[in-house]
Structure formats: structure tokens, C-alpha cells
Design a protein around this ligand. Structure first.
Ligand SMILES: *Cc1c(COP(=O)(O)O)cnc(C)c1O
Length: 395
């Protein structure tokens, strides 16, 4: 197994503030970005095409469509699924807010169902109870990268003529029952925001099995124009084009793809590095009464560990917010993934949600905290986290 090597300027000094995540940028990325910048082509062009081919091969998808963020990708997916005002989209309350904001953008109505207490993933049984004649899409989130139990969800979707859009923002490299996320099902949306397992600066990709839907997404991604700008401005391109829908400006640039091409080549090595660090956390924290760890589902999966979360239990001398503050005092960053969506002001005001509506998600959201984890994190840095935790939790 080769070692994860970050550019030396990104390697943190011993006592510096340790962020909960930071991207792993190697010389390969710097070289490809320089090559792109000096090539004369920065906008959507040959590097995006290459990146899409690479993602397609990596995930074993039928189609890969690069976009400027996963948020754009999720919105595009909802539009391509025909979500109209009044249509219901079932999703989880424990996610990043963009999962749900895009339902609003498409004119849909978010319908939350509660999560499983051990995996923090959406509960398929509760989805069954939430389906109505207006349900158009189910949008599960592979929380932290742990694949949702997809078989029962697709079974429900097929039985009711509903589409599934998997928010796979955390899940590049994940697999479910031996099949890679992106290689089956309807639509998956991956994020390459700098905090994710690999980055393109900002960016995302859709994987889509249906060729006709993929073709429509390509058009919608760039103003509804029926061919992309590289074809237009290239030697063999034509300056005339038609607009067949009022599309969006959601295309990825070659500059972003120049980051993504070498990042994808390093992804498995980076994910293995995360996995090794997670195993060290799990071993070190096993048996602590003050924290509880996420549980494994009983199906086969590969979990790329976008984040490593713990729950602060009632046996802890500090609550979650106190724990985060105490670690910050010790120069260690943590992350909060996530406050529940239904209790944000906008969603409370619009839909009348109240505390207690989704009790499992609310309980998890009040206790959850993400510990530092990134591909080039050293064991010495991880030991700093564990030492600080030992002190602040009086372990
Ligand atoms: C990061 C994230 C997104 C949005 O990704 P962007 O690329 O930043 O738009 C969507 N859903 C989840 C669950 C995320 O974590």
C-alpha cells in the first residue's frame, strides 16, 4: 500500500491547530493544474471529458456528468426526475441543508422520515409509511459514506413508480453488497467539496443509469444548450446552437477537473488511510462510557469514512457543545454533522415542525461530533486528539 503524500506546505506542524479536516493535495495535483492553466483551456473541455470517463470507469456507472457542486447536481437530478410544485420528496432530517434546500428550489415538498439509531441512515421501514400518491422521489443520504440499505428502498420505489436520488456526497468509493455506489440504481450525486474524501476545489458528479435522462441532464447542466461550449469554440465546432430548455449554469470547469483527475487516482489510497485511522479510533475508544460509536449494518459494504462521528453520552462530564469547546481550547478542531434540518427557522416556519417530530435524529444531532480525520493525518496527530479526549472526558 503506497503512502498518502501531501504537498509539504500542507503538512501541519506539531502544535498547530489541528482542523477536523483538510484536503490532501499532492504534487500530482499541482502539476495537472499548472498544465491546465497553461494549456489555453480552463472552462469545460477535454479535462472534464477525461474526468467523466475516469469517474465512469471508477464507479462502473453507465453515465457520469460533472457539475460545479453536488448541490447543483442534486437540483439537476430533481428537475430531471420531473419534480413539480406539490410533489413530495422523502429524505432524512440528518443531513447537510443542501439536500433539502434543492427540494425547495425544485418546488417540491420535503417529507422527512426518521433515521436508524445505530447507523444514522434513513430508516427504510419508515419510508414505506411516508409514501403517498404525491411522492415523486426518495432521497436517501449515505451518511458518513456508509451505504444506506438500498435494496428495500429500490423495491419500494419500483413498486410505487418513484425515482431514487442517492445523496452520495460522502460516498465516493463506497460499495453496497459488493456493488459500487454509482454502478446501479437511478441517480447518485457525489461531492468534491474540499472537505470531502477527494476534491475538485468545488464540484460534483452525477452518475445516472438511464441514458436518456443523462442526455437531458447534460443539456440542463449548461443553459439548455444542445452542445457544450468546447464543441462550439473548438476547431470543428459550430457557432450556432439551439436552446431546448431553460437550463442552468452548473457545468464543471477544466480547472476543477485538473484537480479531480489526479485526486481520483489517489482515492483508494486515501480511503484506505482513513480506514486505518478509523480503526485506531475504534480500538482506542472501545469501552469508553462517555462516548458511543456508530454501528455496522448486517449487510456487506465498504465504508469510505468521510467523517468519523461519536455520540457524547450521558456519562460524559461535558455535553457535546462543551466537548467541542474543550477540544478547541486544546487546539483541536471538530465538526458538527449535522443539526437536524426540520428545526432550522425556515423549515419550522414553512412547515410547522417542532422538537420531538423526529426524535431519533434529534437525539443523535444533539450528541454527535466529528473527530479530526483526513487522509494524510498522522498517528501522532491522532494521538493528540485521543490525549485531549482523555483529559477533557476524565477517562
Ligand atoms: C457536502 C454535502 C452536499 C453538498 O455538496 P456541495 O458539493 O458542497 O454542493 C450535499 N449533501 C451532503 C450530505 C453533503 O455532505
Amino acid at each position: 500500500m503506497s503512502r498518502v503524500v501531501a504537498n509539504e506546505k500542507t503538512v501541519l506542524m506539531e502544535q498547530e491547530f489541528l482542523p477536523f479536516t483538510t484536503p490532501t493535495i499532492g504534487e500530482d495535483v499541482l502539476n495537472e493544474v499548472r498544465a491546465c492553466l497553461t494549456s489555453g483551456w480552463i472552462a469545460t473541455g477535454p479535462r472534464v471529458q477525461q474526468f467523466e470517463q475516469d469517474v465512469k470507469a471508477y464507479t462502473k456507472a453507465s453515465n457520469a456528468i460533472a457539475v460545479n457542486s453536488a448541490t447543483s447536481g442534486l437540483h439537476l437530478a430533481l428537475v430531471a426526475c420531473g419534480v413539480q410544485p406539490g410533489d413530495e420528496v422523502i429524505t432524512t432530517p440528518l443531513t447537510f441543508v443542501s439536500t433539502v434546500n434543492v427540494i425547495e428550489h425544485a418546488g417540491g415538498r420535503p417529507v422527512f422520515v426518521d433515521i436508524e439509531p445505530g447507523t444514522y441512515n434513513i430508516d427504510a421501514e419508515k419510508i414505506r409509511q411516508a409514501i403517498t400518491p404525491r411522492t415523486k422521489v426518495i432521497m436517501p443520504v449515505h451518511f458518513a459514506g456508509l451505504p444506506v440499505d438500498l435494496d428495500p428502498i429500490y423495491e419500494l420505489a419500483r413498486a410505487h413508480g418513484i425515482r431514487v436520488i442517492e445523496d452520495a456526497a460522502h460516498a465516493i468509493g463506497a460499495s453496497y453488497k459488493g456493488r459500487s455506489i454509482g454502478s446501479f440504481g437511478d441517480i447518485q450525486v457525489f461531492s468534491f467539496h474540499p472537505c470531502k474524501n477527494m476534491t475538485t476545489g468545488e464540484g460534483g458528479v452525477l452518475t445516472v443509469q438511464d441514458d436518456a435522462m443523462a442526455a437531458r441532464m447534460r443539456t440542463l447542466r449548461f443553459h439548455g444548450i444542445d452542445r457544450d461550449s468546447w464543441n462550439r469554440y473548438g476547431k470543428n465546432g459550430s457557432q450556432t446552437f439551439d436552446v431546448i430548455e431553460a437550463g442552468f449554469k452548473y457545468n464543471m470547469s477544466d480547472l476543477q477537473a485538473a484537480i479531480g483527475i489526479p485526486q481520483l487516482k489517489q482515492l483508494d489510497v486515501m480511503n484506505q488511510s482513513r480506514l486505518r485511522l478509523v480503526k485506531r479510533y475504534q480500538e482506542a475508544l472501545a469501552g469508553w462510557q462517555q462516548v458511543s460509536l456508530p454501528q455496522s449494518p448486517d449487510y456487506e459494504y465498504f465504508h469510505p469514512w468521510h467523517i468519523f462521528t461519536i455520540l457524547i453520552t450521558d456519562d460524559s462530564p461535558l455535553n457535546r457543545d462543551g466537548f467541542m469547546e474543550a477540544l478547541k481550547q486544546k487546539n483541536i478542531g471538530t465538526g458538527l454533522h449535522y443539526p437536524v434540518i426540520h428545526l432550522y427557522t425556515y423549515y419550522r416556519n414553512k412547515y410547522g415542525y417542532r422538537p420531538g417530530d423526529f426524535p431519533i435524529a434529534e437525539n443523535v444531532a444533539s450528541r454527535i461530533v466529528s473527530l479530526p480525520l483526513f487522509a494524510h493525518m498522522t498517528e501522532a496527530q491522532q494521538n493528540r486528539v485521543l490525549d485531549a479526549m482523555t483529559k477533557v472526558l476524565n477517562q
